[in-house]
Design a protein around this ligand. Structure first.
Ligand SMILES: CC(=O)N[C@@H](CCC[C@H](N)C(=O)O)C(=O)O
Length: 369
């Protein structure tokens, strides 16, 4: 397989969660080019479950990749940039899928002892594909004995593995708040309940939650990434929407932050006479690496001279956390060299990491488990 060509082809067809129709078709086309005698394929919504029979299996080893993209307008200047306006693989899922395909090819062409399951999961960026996929009869029938996954990172040199025991990624909750007030003429503010002013004060007030409510020893992030509202510069807006995300390393801190957000919404309702409706959207469970699995993986990297570092916990989220809540396994970062951060319009990961990713994943499945 030509990993660079595959990654570039996937990069051009980014699709949002549960819309990954072309992506699923592309993945199937690649998998169908391989010898089929050991392969079984199941479609699940826009995702895939691909099982490879081992030579003398005693267990089923799972590797999961996410397949969706983000609503980001690409600005990489790539000749192979996204053909889907306003959508981009800005979180590296094109890399993840390519590495999964490469490892899948390696295992199909050089069978290993154990059965192997490649999980191509939709909707990681939202609304969350892991939980419904795990609840499906198709997944339950092929529940792996161990599962692992990776995520690319610009914080480490291309091809370097980075992981740690315990929490790797945070608990997350999306946050959507709709403010409903009373619109009117810009010249008559006294006759309205202005949701733009209410939402603005709300956002400023929120900044005190992490700074003044949460124990400074308990990591937390509260980010507002989007505000919408209003029709025109001389019309007072009857509606405004605030969208964000909450990140914490403990569930208790998550509860505390949500309680405080609710108090802030009540305060805004009283002060500005605008109704606030909260929706917490998708919530992801922390990615927690169990020592019994991640420690041997770290030793495996050392033994095979794969460059690796022990990293810090991160406030990113991943619904892979749900797989690790139920099944043994671990996750690791794969360095893609210095570039803009994940979720940026000019995120340009180093393609040298593709071949190294395939090598780490397939060698681990072959010799490491
Ligand atoms: C690795 C990564 O960037 N993951 C996303 C997960 C999104 C979670 C959810 N949609 C939210 O925004 O809370 C992340 O933003 O960390």
């Amino acid at each position: 397989m030509d990993y660079v060509a595959i990654r570039r082809a996937l990069h051009q067809i980014p699709e949002l969660g549960f819309e990954e129709v072309k992506t699923q078709g592309f993945l199937l086309d690649q998998i169908k080019k391989l010898p089929q005698d050991r392969l079984q394929i199941k479609k699940w919504k826009t995702g895939l479950l691909v099982r490879i029979s081992g030579t003398d299996p005693s267990k089923l080893i799972g590797f999961r990749t996410d397949i969706d993209a983000l609503p980001v307008k690409e600005n990489t200047g790539y000749a192979f940039q996204s053909r889907h306006a306003g959508k981009m693989h800005a979180c590296g899922h094109d890399f993840h899928m390519t590495i999964a395909l490469g490892a899948l090819e390696n295992i199909v062409r050089h069978p290993v002892k154990e059965d192997v399951l490649f999980v191509f999961q939709p909707a990681e960026e939202g609304p969350g594909g892991a939980l419904p996929m795990m609840a499906s009869e198709k997944f339950k029938a092929w529940k792996p004995d161990l599962i692992f996954g990776l995520h690319v990172s610009p914080d480490f040199p291309a091809g370097t593995v980075a992981t740690k025991e315990g929490i790797l990624f945070a608990n997350t909750s999306e946050l959507f708040i709709d403010f409903h007030g009373k619109g009117g003429h810009a010249a008559n503010p006294h006759l309205t309940h202005d949701t733009i002013v209410a939402a603005s004060h709300f956002i400023v007030g929120l900044q005190t939650i992490v700074a003044r409510r949460v124990n400074p020893l308990h990591p937390a992030v509260l980010t507002i990434g989007k505000i919408t509202g209003g029709f025109k510069q001389n019309i007072i807006a009857e509606y405004a929407r605030v969208e964000g995300t909450i990140r914490t390393l403990s569930q208790d801190t998550m509860v505390l932050i949500k309680e405080d957000i609710e108090r802030h919404v009540k305060a805004i309702e009283i002060a500005y006479q605008c109704k606030g409706i909260i929706d917490y959207g998708a919530n992801y469970y922390q990615v927690f690496n169990r020592n019994a699995y991640v420690d041997p993986f770290i030793s495996f990297c050392a033994r095979n001279e794969f460059p690796y570092v022990i990293c810090d916990d991160a406030m990113t989220g991943e619904d892979f956390g749900y797989f690790l809540k139920e099944l043994p396994g671990f996750m690791f970062w794969l360095g893609v060299g210095k570039t803009s951060s994940l979720h940026s319009a000019d995120f340009k990961p180093d393609e040298l990491a593709l071949a190294q990713g395939v090598k780490v994943v397939s060698t681990y499945i072959r010799d490491g488990v």
